[in-house]
Each structure stands twice: as C-alpha cells, then as structure tokens.
Write a new protein. Structure first.
Length: 354
C-alpha cells in the first residue's frame, strides 16, 4: 500500500510537471485550441494534457516493471496518441481517422488476444457470427468509445472526470476478480489524470481550464477504457459485456443519441454542433462546472450499477434492459430540453410580428 501511494504520488506530480513544461511548447508547435462559434473559451489553450497524462503514466508503469500490459497495448496507445496529435495539429478528415482507429483497434485486440467477449444470457455468439462476429463487435466498441470520449471533451473537467469515474470501478472489479496486477497500472492512470485535472477541472483554485486533453488525450483515454472493459468481459471472467457497458453508458448513449439526431436532420453524424448532453445542461441554466460535475456524478453512479451487477451475478438480460431504460430516459430529457430551446427561439419572433 505504501509503494502504491508513492507511485501514485509520483505519477500525479510527474504529470503536473510535464503539463507546466509542455504548455510552453504548445504555441510554437501549434498545438492549441482557439475559440470559435462553438468554443467560448478565452485565448489559445494548450492541447498537451493528454500527452502529459500518458507520458507520466507510461514512464512510472514501465519503470516499476509492471508487465501486465502487453506490447500490443503500448503500441496501440502510442499510435492513438500520434493520430490524435496529428488531428490536433492538422484537423484530419473524419474518414481517415475512422480507418486509422479501426486498424489500431484491430492491432490492439489481435496482439492482446482479446475480442471474444461474453454476452451472458442475452444472445448466443452464433447469432452474431460466432468468434468473428464477437471480434468485429469488439473492434467497433473500441472505435466507438474512442470517439465517444473525444465527443465528450467539450467542457472543463468532463472527459477527465468521467474517465476517473469509470476507472475507479474498473480497479474495484479487477480486485474483485483477483487481478491485483491489473489494478496497479489503472490506479496509476487515475493518478496521472488527477494531475491533469488540477489544471483542467474548475475549482476554487482553478477558475478556468489552462490546458486541454486534446484529441490525443481524449481518444487515448477512450481506447484504454475500452481495452480494460474488453479484458474484463473476456469469457473467462464470467462478466457479461452488457454489464460492463454500465461503466461507460453515459458517453455511449449520448454519442449514439447525438449521431441519430444529426442523421435525422440530414447532416453528417460527425458534424459539429452544440447538442451534446453537457451543452443541453448548460442551456437549462447550469454553469459549465455544474454541468461537468453533474455528468461525472451520474457516470459514477451508473458505473456503480455495473459493479453491483457484476459482483452480484445479475443476469446480463436484466442489465441490458436497464441500459435501454437509461437510453429512454436520456432521450426524453434531450427531446424536452431541445423542444424548450426551440420555443425560446420562436416566441420572440412572434411577439415582434405583433
């Protein structure tokens, strides 16, 4: 326990040090986020938070000699980071990103021997095409969560805080399954994110974020969490994939909802707008900090449902019904807020005509 505390403290401190150092290089390297019609922050914000998180995390994990994370994991995360840095710098086309992410997910799952997930008592694997179908589903999940975490990163502290919420439950599940070796690097990743949140989450000592994750950080966090969930959903552990989806149900449902609404509006599902859950919460009157913390709390509570379902052996079919119920509640909330927003736009014009 003492060594874990020391390693966690060193990871947090190293991440904070790297952020202070790297943000000086962000401007000359053009790794900054500039305000526009959607982004209301002030000035150029460095996009080096994700780089600092994974440099500190990988440095401490590799120095301590933890071998539980295989070479395929490190290669995939390195490639995701590089792809994200390139996107931060050059704004890559969405199609190119998806193709690259799909290839990286394929490499990750192939080299780490993942992709044969358990679906519990809901569907036999044969319905999805057997082992090949499960592998394709796993690749799709990795790419989906990579982009879901990227889309979530729209308000200070949200993507990092939600990652911590999911990772805490992953640590507890790893300990429950007797995989203490896996719990160690995940704990160090939480510490690294904590070092980043000192500069990103709004608090009494941080009125506004001074550094962002960048696409490199948000996509890498999504990839790591997807990898960990697929690892725990491996058939040998007996935890159904649907149960573990509760750990990330908020970004997954919000992303799917957003893409469906864009398609119904005859727009690209990857087009930019201000219809994310955090934007809608802000439109209801919440401050950006309150919206961020509200979503993180809900994410943590949903992760708790997944944890309790896993350790209590709740059937996957029951957990799946719960996922659909959560999606229905989310849909009802989104539609209500958007309807209210449209009424606010229409009413002034009617009054002017009178």
């Amino acid at each position: 326990m003492v060594f874990l505390l020391l390693e966690s403290s060193a990871t947090l401190a190293l991440c904070a040090f790297l952020i202070v150092s790297l943000r000086r290089l962000a401007v000359p390297l053009h790794l900054v986020d500039l305000p526009d019609h959607r982004k209301t922050h002030e000035g150029a914000i460095p996009l080096c938070g994700g780089i600092a998180i994974f440099l500190s995390f990988s440095s401490i994990v590799l120095l301590t000699g933890t071998a539980i994370l295989g070479p395929g994991f490190w290669l995939a995360i390195f490639l995701i980071l590089c792809l994200g840095i390139a996107d931060d710098r050059f704004a890559l086309p969405a199609r190119n990103r998806f193709i690259a992410q799909g290839l990286i997910a394929f490499v990750l799952l192939s080299t780490e021997g993942l992709g044969q997930i358990s679906l519990g008592d809901t569907l036999p694997a044969e319905v999805l095409g057997g082992a090949a179908g499960l592998f394709i589903l796993s690749v799709t999940f990795v790419v989906g969560l990579v982009n879901a975490w990227n889309m979530m990163d729209g308000v200070d502290g949200l993507a990092g805080g939600s990652a911590v919420a999911a990772l805490i439950w992953i640590v507890l599940l790893a300990l429950h399954l007797g995989e203490s070796e896996l719990a160690l690097p995940v704990t160090l990743l939480i510490a690294a994110i904590g070092g980043f949140l000192l500069f990103n989450a709004r608090s009494p000592w941080c009125a506004r974020a001074s550094v962002y994750l960048g696409d490199a950080g948000s996509t890498a966090l999504g990839a790591v969490i997807a990898y960990l969930i697929l690892r725990l959903a491996d058939g040998a552990h007996g935890i159904a994939f649907q149960t573990l989806l509760w750990l990330v149900v908020v970004p997954v449902v919000d992303t799917l909802s957003l893409m469906v609404r864009r398609i119904l509006d005859h727009r690209s599902p990857m087009s930019a707008d201000r219809r994310h859950l955090h934007h809608l919460l802000i439109d209801t009157g919440l401050s950006p900090a309150a919206a961020s913390y509200a979503i993180v709390v809900v994410s943590f509570l949903c992760g708790g449902i997944g944890y309790l379902g896993a350790v209590s052996g709740v059937p996957a079919s029951v957990m799946t019904v719960g996922l659909f119920l959560f999606a229905a509640i989310h849909t009802a909330f989104v539609l209500a807020v958007e309807a209210t927003a449209r009424q606010r736009v229409v009413r002034p014009s009617v009054n002017l005509n009178l």
